[in-house]
Design a protein around this ligand. Structure first.
Ligand SMILES: [Zn+2]
Length: 125
């Protein structure tokens, strides 16, 4: 599955500045198109197809709000709970939030990680 993101989302995912994303887009180093004066970056997100569209929307809002951050360990992120009172440890395959612990479905934190890690792998390609 592919996902279209804005420069700010791409910058968060790549761990670079928005300016760097714009420069890479201009140089053709990213799969990007300018739409109404704004860059839209297309990323490959192989595992994102496992999530419902609503979960993907919530995940994007979480990224946009800066509510999910990389840790020093590769592939491991911390996510702030929706009321801001606690944080969860999130990995592509697991999450410490209540929904993640019940294991009934993949929570949106994991969808956010799928977006962020998909972006990183697109960068390496
Ligand atoms: Zn979760």
């Amino acid at each position: 599955m592919e996902i279209q993101v804005n420069t700010r989302e791409a910058a968060t995912a790549l761990g670079v500045s928005v300016r760097t994303v714009q420069r890479r887009a201009q140089r053709g180093q990213l799969d990007a198109a300018k739409v109404s004066g704004r860059w839209i970056i297309t990323l490959a997100a192989p595992s994102l197809g496992d999530f419902k569209p609503a979960a993907i929307d919530k995940a994007r809002a979480l990224i946009e709000d800066g509510g999910i951050l990389r840790t020093s360990r590769p592939g491991l992120f911390t996510a702030v709970s929706s009321d801001g009172s606690t944080t969860y440890l999130v990995h592509a395959s697991s999450c410490t939030c209540p929904a993640g612990q019940r294991g009934q479905y993949a929570c949106y934190h994991r969808a956010a990680v799928a977006i962020l890690t998909a972006t990183a792998s697109a960068q390496a390609a």
